[in-house]
Design a protein around this ligand. Structure first.
Ligand code: ZN
Length: 280
């Protein structure tokens, strides 16, 4: 998605004003939609029936096959009553932290006056988060090393789900770490928050010689004793990190932590942890 790195609101509205087929071609360029597909039989599928039906379908060009597949099947845009443009717009707003329901409903009001429902907005936000979580799960690497700082934290995430017309909360614990300066991340869902659970995860993801920062949770007390030679700093108020050996204070909270807290608070009501930024 390198092409979208400097994508502004005016770019967005420029693209949204394109005729439907040109907008779809743009999404094909971004590889968000398929230009053609390969059939189960190995034949090439090309797009058919585009003008008549809404998006048309892909149909196998092999003479004895002619199998068809919906244009949006297997893409980001499948299985929603929102239009392709609406999904794109929602995703853009979400990526820019513009997630307030009233804002989205107002900005995305349709020409016929209808609004996107709360339930739909809630579902899409969840879906975008799930995609980010899945991306991180597939792309975790080891973090840290000598001279590097990794912050770790356990975080409870309340997933808000729309169930039978009302929001319900489901709580899950995650353990996560972020490397200062690079924003490399690891995280795992955990059932327990004891040393037996957390220390092996630290050893799995954090390279020897790393400086690890955490809160005073007792599961972390033996980090200094691990054979990896970690240096462990703890924080007991929100702005000061204290080295338990030297007693030195370092004022290390960075602005993005604050920014994250504001965002998390806006979306979920409470500020839980800087690391939740990467999960939600
Ligand atoms: Zn075929």
């Amino acid at each position: 998605m390198e092409a979208l790195k400097n994508f502004t609101l005016s770019d967005l509205y420029g693209k949204l004003s394109l005729p439907e087929n040109e907008f779809e071609n743009y999404l094909i360029e971004l590889k968000l939609l398929h230009h053609h597909r390969v059939c189960e039989c190995g034949g090439k599928m090309s797009r058919k029936g585009y003008a008549g039906r809404k998006h048309g379908t892909f149909r196998c060009t092999s003479r004895d096959c002619r199998k068809e597949k919906g244009f949006l099947v297997g893409t980001f845009f499948e299985g929603t009553h929102l239009t392709v443009k609406e999904v794109f717009q929602l995703a853009y707003f979400w990526s820019q932290n513009l997630t307030a329901e009233e804002f989205l409903q107002f900005q995305m009001k349709r020409e016929d006056g209808t609004e996107i429902s709360s339930a739909t907005i809630c579902d899409w936000k969840q879906f975008f988060r799930d995609i980010c979580v899945e991306y991180l799960r597939r792309n975790t690497v080891q973090l840290g090393g000598p001279e590097k700082i990794v912050e770790i934290d356990e975080t409870v995430i309340s997933r808000r789900k729309y169930n039978r017309g009302r929001m319900v909360a489901e709580q899950r614990w995650f353990f996560a770490g972020v490397e200062r300066g690079t924003n490399k991340v690891f995280f795992e869902e955990v059932e327990h928050r004891n040393a037996e659970t957390l220390l092996p995860i630290i050893q799995k993801y954090i390279l020897p010689g790393t400086t690890i920062m955490s809160d005073l949770w007792r599961a972390y007390f033996r980090i200094n004793e691990l054979p990896e030679g970690y240096r462990h700093l703890t924080v007991n108020h929100s702005t000061n990190f204290v080295d338990p050996e030297t007693g030195a204070c370092t004022n290390t909270i960075e602005s993005y932590n604050q920014k994250f807290k504001a965002r998390h608070k806006r979306e979920y009501g409470t500020a839980r942890s800087l690391l939740a930024q990467y999960m939600y």
